[in-house]
Design a protein around this ligand. Structure first.
Ligand code: MN
Length: 308
């Protein structure tokens, strides 16, 4: 089955939404605006501004809009960063990303992946792309295939460890240290090979990153590139993100099993309620094994626990 993805502006998205209005399907998946079926093609529009066309006439249907959209590779790096060099997506590159930073429960996971030019077709074949466009079961199924194909370095900071580090290291500094460590360890693994580029899915300005890097013992300072939505610029970042997410999900599973009830991801109200339950079971000591205690959820959970 063929598939095409385009990225469009907000105003263009409105036009697309209107155009497929009468062909819309009832189902909606996370991060989507709508799903429609027309012309033997499934059209899925994402909050990110991406539209995916899948099916017999995917290319044809996408072509209706493609001129108005920009292809991700042609787009310049967001957030004021320098545009990445032409042909960047075809380089032998290390990509790194992290998952779990915004979730109250579960670890912070960082991963770096080295994808050579020759790996790219196989990564595509496996289905590697922006993990926000993939379901959790798809992500879990891909992880072992990615691990069998490319060199990688995963680092997991359990909530317990996170709570020890966090007062001294703010989360940005922690992430800089972790990305740097994952990249450094991966460089050792692949030596004497050297990547043509190292792309970090951007979480802070390059200036900030380099400032924090100065306090790291073995700082990797080049050839560094930064881009928000880095997974659009190189499959190594997309693969790294998928490996991170898989570990994060596995850790949440493990926590749920230990506790005997489901531990949610995210930082919303369900997290407060589950945290309150854990507080009642074993106080803040137990909660600190599973949650990042500096989140506002902890105080909310304490209030809930004291009411019950
Ligand atoms: Mn990221």
């Amino acid at each position: 089955m063929s598939a095409s993805v385009i990225k469009v502006s907000a105003s263009e998205m409105k036009k697309i939404q209107l155009y497929y209005q009468s062909d819309r399907l009832a189902k909606t998946a996370p991060y989507t605006l709508f799903t429609a079926k027309k012309n033997q093609t499934t059209i899925t529009a994402y909050q990110s501004g991406k539209v995916m066309f899948q099916g017999a006439n995917a290319e044809k249907e996408a072509a209706l809009w493609a001129s108005s959209g920009t292809t991700p590779t042609a787009k310049k790096a967001a957030s004021g960063g320098d545009p990445l060099p032409a042909g960047f997506s075809e380089r032998n590159a290390i990509g790194s990303d992290e998952v779990g930073n915004g979730s109250y429960f579960g670890p912070l996971v960082v991963c770096a992946v080295y994808a050579e030019r020759t790996h790219l077709p196989r990564l595509k074949e496996i289905g590697v792309k922006d993990s926000k466009m993939l379901t959790d079961p798809q992500i879990r199924a891909m992880a072992p295939k990615i691990k069998a194909l490319v060199p990688f370095q995963l680092l997991t900071v359990t909530p317990e460890k996170y709570n020890q580090i966090q007062p001294a290291y703010n989360t940005v500094r922690m992430k800089v240290a972790l990305h740097n460590q994952a990249i450094r360890l991966l460089l050792e693994k692949i030596a004497p090979q050297k990547p043509e580029a190292i792309l970090i899915d951007q979480f802070t300005s390059e200036k900030n990153y380099r400032t924090y890097l100065q306090s790291e013992k073995n700082a990797v300072t080049s050839p560094l590139y930064f881009a928000t939505k880095g997974e659009q610029y190189h499959l190594s970042v997309a693969a790294a993100s998928i490996l991170c997410r898989t570990v994060f999900l596995e850790e949440l599973d493990k926590a749920s099993k230990e506790l005997g009830f489901r531990v949610p991801s995210g930082a919303g109200n369900p997290s407060d309620l589950v945290a309150a339950k854990i507080l009642q079971l074993g106080g803040e000591n137990l909660l600190g094994k599973y949650a990042k205690l500096h989140f506002a959820n902890t105080e909310k959970a304490k209030k809930i626990a004291s009411r019950n």
